[in-house]
Design a protein around this ligand. Structure first.
Ligand SMILES: C[S@@+](CC[C@H](N)C(=O)[O-])C[C@H]1O[C@@H](n2cnc3c(N)ncnc32)[C@H](O)[C@@H]1O
Length: 225
């Protein structure tokens, strides 16, 4: 399968706090997995065979740590490229002594493609991905038909993809792509969006969007059994 080369992110030299930098310097190695170009066994990495959830683009990671704390029976692999966010999630892991999160600092698309075994993942979370709202930038959106197809291949039968956005145009784009994948079933009773489930805490970007008057659209689709 050929995946597009265009990246869904731009690496900016964002401001990093001394605490975030210290966390990266001191504990990144303890709680992270490095990128490798071959498949890995997440059960060995986490030391148990509990269900695995992968989040791409966790931002500052606050909602990730809240979910991991609330669901100790799940293992979370959080992937992000933004150093302040990585440092911030590491600080949360340390502060709350969280043992069911591993962090990766890499392009999530490449990680899924190269490292994740087929039929092995219970859930994928992509919350408030960059909307790339100008028409000529739409190709940078992480949600593309071939990427969703790749996620389906990595999902266990019955596993799920949970997306959320505060851009209506991106919500429609996501719905079209998920609907047209024959391996997925929409869990929405109204056949479109679902209300934010209580197990998904509000994220930082979501709160910013809401304060600007944006709506919020959640989509949860399951892989056919
Ligand atoms: C708009 S922010 C949303 C962050 C967070 N989910 C939230 O709701 O607060 C999108 C994040 O996705 C990250 N991102 C985009 N493409 C990515 C990729 N291919 N791999 C890893 N992270 C990615 C960006 O660095 C950015 O932090």
């Amino acid at each position: 399968m050929i995946l597009r080369q265009v990246k869904s992110f731009v690496l900016r030299a964002g401001k990093i706090t001394p605490g975030q930098q210290r966390a990266i310097d001191n504990i990144l190695a303890l709680h992270s997995i490095g990128y490798v170009s071959h498949l890995v066994d997440l059960n060995i990495i986490f030391g148990r065979d509990n269900p695995k959830i992968i989040e791409i683009g966790f931002g500052m990671g606050k909602s990730t740590s809240q979910m991991a704390l609330a669901n100790p029976e799940y293992d979370y692999l959080g992937i992000e490229v933004h150093p302040p966010g990585i440092g911030s999630l590491l600080m949360e892991i340390e502060q709350y002594n969280i043992s069911n999160i591993k962090v990766m600092r890499h392009d999530g698309v490449k990680v899924i493609k190269d490292m994740i075994m087929d039929n092995s993942i219970y859930g994928f979370h992509i919350f408030f991905p960059d909307p790339w709202h100008k028409k000529r930038h739409n190709k940078r959106r992480i949600i593309q038909a071939h990427f969703i197809d790749l996620l389906c291949t990595k999902l266990k039968p019955g596993g799920y993809i949970h997306l959320a956005t505060d851009w209506e145009d991106y919500a429609i784009w996501m719905l079209d792509i998920l609907n047209s994948n024959k391996r997925l079933i929409n869990t929405s009773k109204t056949k479109d969006y679902v209300p934010r489930p209580s197990q998904r805490p509000e994220t930082k970007f979501e709160q910013r969007g809401i304060s600007l008057g944006h709506g919020v659209w959640d989509l949860i689709f399951k892989k056919n059994i």
